[in-house]
Design a protein around this ligand. Structure first.
Ligand SMILES: *[C@@H]1O[C@H](CO)[C@@H](O)[C@H](O)[C@H]1NC(C)=O
Ligand SMILES: *[C@@H]1O[C@H](CO)[C@@H](O)[C@H](O)[C@H]1NC(C)=O
Ligand SMILES: *[C@@H]1O[C@H](CO)[C@@H](O)[C@H](O)[C@H]1NC(C)=O
Length: 277
């Protein structure tokens, strides 16, 4: 049945084809060629068809997510920190994300994302030297924020995970400075005071009110695991043109983080109440 209807379709197309003008014939042929090559690519890689994951094997950067953590929540829940604990939002990282809001995976020999050679972690000390003081203040490893070994460990792991397949694989200075620049441009993120409770939705609306873009909110739990806390506010930026760094705020697609269709983290609903420590 399917073969017959396909044959009929080909016949109809042939009839139409002979009635077309010259330009339309070329257009038609070009379209047919594109369709055919698409079909060929699709079926010549059956693995991409069977395993949904492999369709995303070479994800493209769609936008950047600047992740800002609230140190009193990080240090009273996720990490043990040496005092003093800062009381303003500090950078966790800037992540290249694909259009499904999944992180772009890190560079690997087996699956290279760029023809450039990504800067090695061990070279970061030389490359970041000029912004080291700035990074220490805005992007500290909260466990031991004045310890440069600890800081470089943190920057090194974030670089390997998220920088090596960003738009700046061989330019860590630009990658790290892009986050510093965004952070410096934000004076206020939320106007409410500490030791207050809000729903996830209220926090998102507050950020929208202040910055005119919806954030993503991440929660963690206090040490006795009795209270959900506002841990991170993440801001989304359009992928910049070549030669630029992220600067256009866009709405994040998910207020709570979704992975493979499931909300992850302790906050499961926009009406969950969260504490701002
Ligand atoms: C700094 O951190 C490193 C590990 O990241 C640790 O081995 C070292 O003891 C720390 N230095 C001080 C002075 O605490
Ligand atoms: C932060 O510093 C601590 C203490 O030096 C270290 O154990 C930890 O691995 C660092 N964090 C990251 C993410 O590298
Ligand atoms: C973000 O979402 C809000 C509400 O849906 C909408 O009014 C606004 O235009 C959006 N902003 C951007 C930059 O897309």
């Amino acid at each position: 049945m399917k073969v017959y209807s396909s044959a009929f379709l080909v016949f109809c197309h042939a009839v139409v084809f002979f009635q077309m003008s010259m330009e339309w014939k070329y257009l038609f042929l070009a379209a047919a060629l594109v369709a055919l090559s698409g079909w060929f690519r699709f079926y010549s890689q059956p693995s991409t068809f069977i395993h949904h994951q492999q369709v995303r094997a070479t994800p493209k950067i769609s936008f950047y997510k600047l992740s800002l953590q609230w140190p009193p929540a990080t240090c009273h829940g996720t990490l043990r920190c040496k005092p003093p604990i800062p009381s303003d939002f500090k950078i966790h990282d800037i992540w290249p994300q694909d259009r499904y809001d999944e992180p772009i995976p890190p560079y690997k020999k087996k699956n290279p994302c760029t023809r450039k050679r990504p800067t090695l972690r061990k070279d970061l000390r030389i490359k970041l030297h000029t912004v080291e003081a700035h990074l220490t203040s805005e992007w500290p490893n909260l466990t031991d924020g004045l310890n440069m070994t600890a800081n470089y460990k943190f920057w090194g792991s974030e670089w390997e995970k998220h920088g090596t397949c960003s738009d700046y694989p061989d330019d860590p200075l630009t990658y790290f400075k892009s986050a510093l620049k965004l952070r410096r441009g934000i004076k206020t993120i939320v106007r409410f005071g500490r030791q207050t409770s809000w729903t996830v939705n209220q926090v998102a609306d507050e950020v929208f009110y202040v910055l005119k873009a919806y954030p993503q909110i991440a929660c963690n739990l206090n040490p006795s695991r009795t209270q959900k806390q506002l841990w991170e506010i993440r801001l989304c930026y359009d992928r910049p043109n070549p030669g630029q760094t992220p600067h256009i705020l866009i709405n994040c697609t998910h207020i709570l983080r979704v992975r493979k269709g499931k909300i992850i983290g302790p906050c499961k609903s926009l009406s969950d109440s969260i504490f701002f420590p």
